[in-house]
Design a binder for this molecule. Sequence first.
Ligand SMILES: NC(=O)CC[C@H](N)C(=O)O
Length: 438
Amino acid sequence: MLARNFLRISRLSRGFATHATSTPAPPAVLHLKTGQSFHGRSFGAPKSIFGETVFSTSITSYTESMTDPSYRGQILVFTTPLIGNYGVPNNKAPVDSHDVGVYLESQGIQCTAVVVADVAEKFSHYLAVESLAQWCQRHDVPGITGVDTRAITRLLRDQGTTLGRLAIGSDASAPAPAEHEYWDPTEENLVDQVSTKEPYVLNPSGDVKIAVLDFGAKANILRSLVRRGASVTVLPWNYDFNKIRDQYDGLFLSNGPGDPNHCTEAATHLSKTLKEWTKPVFGICMGHQIIGIAAGLDAYRMTFGNRGHNQPVLALASSGSIKAGRVYVTSQNHQYALKLQDPFPAGWEPFFINCNDSSVEGIKSTEDSGKKVWGVQFHPESAGGPLDTIEMFTDFLAECRAVKLQTNVGQSGVMDAAKVEPTLVQPESVRQPIAATA
Ligand SMILES: NC(=O)CC[C@H](N)C(=O)O
């Protein structure tokens, strides 16, 4: 009893640790390519970087947002003024064949830098092991605090997502970069940088076999499939699934960073799949955009995108747990969207629409198309954000199980496992280290 209390007290006191530094933080400036500069103080890594400046309206879950691979190349501005007050938990989960070895959304910080009005130097949470500043320092990611994030957000909202430079220390007194010096991450294929290089399998004994095309999958997408009993084979984003599709009961396309138009190779493979294969397909965010492109829709760049955990979407059709006419509050992080066109390509219909800006939030195959395909622009897996649409994973797997049952009826043997041999490697060893983005 005494020992338990002692453990509890020592855990609590660690949670209330303060990390005020004795030396004053170096100066920092956020320059925008459009000519505005915001002066503040540096925290995290003392390193200057370029990136694409975006804002998120999420109130909590800075740890999940910052480890979401879709933020690759981006300078993330939090509209919530106080960030860091619950610190950062340990991110190293036991690695086994059921899990991806992390508690957060990937191995490390994915965004290029963070911008906050007031970084919390004191943090308090029973799981916290370090402050936001210490975590950023350890991952070589710079931050700026003491800037007017409301003013920055209003600018970005009006002029759109803007290229930026975070200048730290002596760089902060240098003039702003010339326009041509700004680095535009969207010119690169960021998906190729974050996708797994080798296939790997999670939960190989699961009763239903799902292939995941990894465009930069958040860990909670993989967890959400595994925890519902699926065996999950994670494939590189440009893997031609058609070569092995007969071995699988369903195909899933993940989220991912950057411009979906860099991933036409995946869309080409997928259009073949959609023409020749009738098993269930589900895509989230980048995955949804790739499904849309394969279906014949266009993806366009939005002015400032949607980033936050409070985005309302209206369901236009019923499917599984989703009821037409209902509004669901969702987690989002995207800059691109599918263009709404009338009519929609034959065999497809809009599934969700955003209540704020009327952008397309989901598409699905029509009942009479003979297909079972769904794409959603938002993140049903949450992490962070509301769980209003989490049962879409259950719906997808229920459809996969139903199709598997039908397929197996009348067949003598089990499916031919010899045709595909994805190597079972522990996720840790296949995840790429976070490369410097400056
Ligand atoms: N979260 C995502 O998958 C984002 C998709 C794409 N990179 C976009 O910004 O629109």
